[in-house]
Design a protein around this ligand. Structure first.
Ligand code: GLA
Length: 398
């Protein structure tokens, strides 16, 4: 399905009626996806990130029920049909597939002292490409929390919605993610990226004024697969490196070190691979701080160079890129009019983010697309994206 918001609304309401009988008492909601401009794999290392919410995301039609039942339907996974469950005794189950995300959030609200008193009918439609690394799962989590707050009047802020979403992903879905994705989605602001210090959640909105350039997402169409287990592995490598460094220097996180300090203390890390992982975390954090400074000074060229350096570090030191993402980025770098290009998100598949001069966008899509197809054997997809707001209600009660 494509189309503008009004068309999407019409189609999802029609589908809701088809699946759940009628739309009486239902409401329409939206939560964005996100892209991270720079600051990758720093959010669980006490560093900075610089993501923004997108105008593509997840739409929901939701209706409160009188009983304990949960009925779910996704227009992205129509083959699964309607999936049913109950708010009582929620547990992650393989067969529950994507519904483990909304279920996890309902469970997490309960864990945080906000008992969800009744079930719901929930239909979702996402126009974030599945498995693209633009955080479709975090979008569903924040959206579910946003709906629960609207239904039951829970006294939680948008920042709390991000934390509850992350908690559910960590504890219910078993992915040890940081706070970046849920925070970017819950706190998104049109035209701005969020400079977030993950050590204390202090943040600042920075306008992204690209003038003659746009943000282009190149989607590798390689599904993450083993990504989640590799993600958890990187996280524990960083934790071990931190513990080794703490024997020689009083720090709380890798984000507490600058480059010089890291070079002075790195010999405390007992393994070469862990040195590389920690080096990435430290240098990437410093790059992110510099990149936001560059943006404030209107130095978009420097911002782009720092994006490129981020990719090289993720490729060589953090080793989370792979041939698909490297091909997309290396082909992008060859094109005149590309200000910066890097992988974004967890890596191991997913997509890249590039800042491309408007007049070079067609050439970019054509040339990167052709080179990718030739080398990898299947096509990449390209999206010119806009930075949007956080979650919103799109209708009154029907
Ligand atoms: C995933 C996680 C985030 C973050 C990125 C890497 O998107 O969900 O918390 O760690 O990877 O920067």
């Amino acid at each position: 399905m494509s189309g503008n918001q009004a068309e999407i609304k019409e189609q999802i309401l029609k589908k809701f009626e088809e699946v759940f009988g009628d739309t009486k008492g239902a409401k329409v909601y939206f939560a964005p996806g996100r892209v991270n401009m720079i600051g990758e794999h720093t959010d669980y290392n006490g560093g900075h990130v610089f993501p923004c919410a997108l105008t593509i995301g997840t739409y929901a039609v939701a209706r409160k029920r009188e009983d304990d039942q949960l009925r779910f339907y996704s227009m992205n996974f129509e083959q699964l049909g309607m999936m049913e469950s109950s708010i009582v005794d929620l547990k992650p189950e393989k067969e529950a597939d994507w519904t483990n995300y909304p279920k996890g959030v309902i469970w997490a609200f309960g864990e945080k002292g906000y008992q969800v008193p009744a079930g719901m009918d929930l239909l979702l439609y996402g126009n974030i490409p599945n498995g693209s690394g633009l955080s479709s799962s975090a979008s569903v989590e924040v959206l579910t929390g946003f709906i629960l707050r609207d239904f039951f009047g829970f006294g939680v802020s948008n920042q709390d919605l991000a934390l509850i979403g992350q908690y559910s992903e960590n504890k219910f879905n078993g992915v040890n993610c940081g706070i970046m994705d849920q925070f970017a989605i819950a706190m998104g602001k049109e035209g701005h990226a969020i400079f977030l210090d993950t050590a204390d959640l202090s943040y600042e909105y920075a306008p992204i004024k690209l003038e003659n350039a746009r943000i282009v997402i190149s989607c590798s169409n390689k599904k993450r697969g083993l990504g989640d287990s590799k993600y958890n592995e990187r996280r524990s490598e960083c934790e071990t490196a931190l513990a080794e460094l703490q024997k020689v220097v009083g720090i709380n996180t890798l984000g507490d070190l600058n480059e010089e300090q890291f070079e002075a203390y790195q010999s405390a890390i007992q393994d070469e691979v862990r040195v590389k992982r920690a080096k990435h975390a430290v240098y990437e954090n410093q790059r992110t701080i510099q990149a936001v400074e560059a943006l404030k000074n209107n130095d978009i060229e420097l911002f782009g160079k720092l994006m490129n350096a981020s990719h090289i570090s993720l490729q060589n030191d953090y080793e989370v890129t792979g041939i698909e993402l490297d091909t997309l980025v290396e082909e992008a770098w060859k094109i005149e009019g590309v200000i910066g290009s890097r992988m974004t998100g967890a890596g191991f598949g997913g997509c890249t983010v590039s800042i491309v001069k408007t007049e070079a966008i067609d050439t970019f899509i054509e040339q990167v697309g052709a080179a990718y197809q030739e080398k990898i054997g299947y096509a990449a997809d390209f999206y010119v994206v806009e930075i949007g707001d956080g979650p919103s209600v799109l209708s009154d009660v029907l």
